[in-house]
Ligand binder design. Structure first.
Ligand SMILES: *[C@@H]1O[C@H](CO)[C@@H](O)[C@H](O)[C@H]1NC(C)=O
Ligand SMILES: *[C@@H]1O[C@H](CO)[C@@H](O)[C@H](O)[C@H]1NC(C)=O
Ligand SMILES: *[C@@H]1O[C@H](CO)[C@@H](O)[C@H](O)[C@H]1NC(C)=O
Ligand SMILES: *[C@@H]1O[C@H](CO)[C@@H](O)[C@H](O)[C@H]1NC(C)=O
Length: 420
């Protein structure tokens, strides 16, 4: 799907003209074409950290292979956001260097109704420097310092500002300092297991920038239409409905002449996916229905039962979080869950999220972390997330895995020849 020749021809220089670049250092780095997929140190670290066994041996034997990009490895928020600011040019370049074959942009909108990449409509106060700029005054809730036993707060939405104003912001690692008495201190809240090493002014992207960049890289696209929170009632401005928002997302791929076969649109809202299937069938047939309806033991059976409804509604791809797809047997071995078995029985394709969302298992704190709750009781080695990937790939048969650090999945896919 991604022959080396095609990648050799890729030059980011053409994209640089579209994207506001904050510094010369970053600009010159981006003028280099992406020639080789590089794993970096993490996959090897994880393999060495695994329990002894055939999978460790197999993965070890693949570490010297020449790696190819693969659509099995999906860049979550760019695929580099374990260490680089999410939803940025830099995260996408890092994830692509690490072999991601599909790139994600979570799609929110600005006050002038331009589409931009942000995980949430209202996360600018934790993912950018906005509160330390004059745009703070435009926030739904400007920065309020901590004091008298109350935490510092702010709430800044993409729809509080225009696209031009959005482009003036610097992206940073997601987080905030609840004790902050100044806006500058509020920006500091990066988890200890992440890093600020690359959080120097991440390049924010419009959805059009994202399309241009990912097209240049020769990869597939997975835009996620976000559902605005209650703070941003729809229809926005009295007329911009969720349906118009869903349509605008399609229109930007059509205007850019992107073959819809390269686009895997996603939404947690069934109505969004149903809209695409009905009104834009070529676009809708590859849509991923993100599922978060079974997060508790009480709601999980309903989520499984609803798979039949999705199938009957024309949905082809379901995208549940990792813990929905696996469980433990009596020997604490990871096996496919009832959800995975039912989705396969119905012939639904499965994509799952998100590997490497969390820090080292031993540091996660009070008990199992959500994404790794299953492996937590079978092992406490971080390297054994490869056991999880192996069950997802070979037994559940997922079509792709979103990850915050693309090379982990890239190594597995190359080692087992998975190039969907
Ligand atoms: C803390 O409380 C005092 C007395 O009620 C008030 O004058 C002051 O403004 C408060 N400070 C903050 C940061 O809310
Ligand atoms: C958080 O804010 C407080 C008060 O402004 C400051 O003293 C502290 O150093 C900040 N913490 C970090 C990690 O920046
Ligand atoms: C099934 O999905 C539909 C559409 O998203 C939703 O309205 C309904 O509540 C779901 N049912 C269950 C049991 O989760
Ligand atoms: C892990 O073990 C704990 C303690 O036995 C148990 O409460 C928990 O449900 C187990 N988690 C999983 C995912 O099996």
């Amino acid at each position: 799907m991604h022959p080396k020749g095609q990648l050799l021809a890729v030059r980011l220089a053409a994209v640089a003209g579209v994207v506001a670049l904050p510094s010369r250092t970053q600009q010159s780095a981006l003028h280099r074409p992406i020639l080789n997929v590089e794993l970096g140190p993490r996959p090897e670290f994880l393999v060495n950290d695994m329990d002894e066994g055939w999978l460790k041996d197999r993965l070890s034997s693949c570490l010297e292979m020449e790696m190819q990009p693969t659509k099995f490895s999906i860049g979550h928020r760019g695929g580099g956001c374990l260490q680089l600011p999410e939803e940025t040019l830099e995260s996408i370049v890092a994830g692509t260097r690490m072999g991601a074959g599909i790139q994600e942009c979570d799609v929110a909108f600005t006050s002038d109704l331009e589409l931009v990449c942000r995980h949430d409509q209202c996360d600018l106060h934790t993912t950018t420097n906005i509160v330390a700029t004059e745009l703070n005054a435009k926030c739904t809730q400007p920065f309020t310092p901590a004091g008298n036993g109350t935490a510092a707060t702010a709430k800044c939405c993409t729809s509080d500002i225009t696209l031009a104003e959005f482009k003036s912001l610097c992206s940073k690692m997601d987080g905030f300092n609840a004790s902050a008495t100044t806006p500058e201190d509020f920006l500091d809240g990066t988890a200890a297991w992440r890093t600020d090493l690359y959080s120097t002014c991440g390049t924010v992207l419009s959805h059009k920038d994202f399309i241009g960049l990912v097209d240049q890289l020769g990869l597939d696209f997975t835009p996620e239409l976000k559902t605005p929170p209650a703070a941003v009632p729809m229809p926005f401005n009295g007329w911009f409905t969720q349906e118009k928002f869903a349509q605008k997302l399609v229109d930007e791929y059509r205007e850019a002449n992107i073959d819809f076969k390269r686009v895997w649109p996603q939404s947690f809202l069934f109505a969004d996916v149903a809209y695409w299937i009905k009104n834009e069938p070529e676009f809708g047939k590859q849509a991923l229905l993100l599922d978060e309806s079974g997060d508790t033991p009480a709601t999980f059976p309903g989520a499984i039962a609803n798979l039949t409804f999705y199938k009957d509604s024309g949905v082809r791809n379901v995208a549940p979080p990792l813990p929905y797809l696996v469980t433990l047997d009596d020997n604490n071995e990871i096996i496919p869950s009832a959800y995975a078995i039912e989705a396969k029985r119905l012939g639904l394709d499965i994509v799952t999220w998100s590997l490497e969302r969390s820090g080292p298992l031993a540091k996660v704190g009070n008990g199992p972390d959500y994404y790794y709750s299953t492996i937590y009781n079978s092992t406490k080695n971080d390297g054994d997330i490869y056991n999880l990937v192996d069950v997802l790939a070979r037994e559940v048969g997922v079509r792709g895995i979103f990850s915050d650090w693309s090379s982990t999945v890239t190594l597995y896919a190359n080692c087992f020849g998975i190039f969907p």
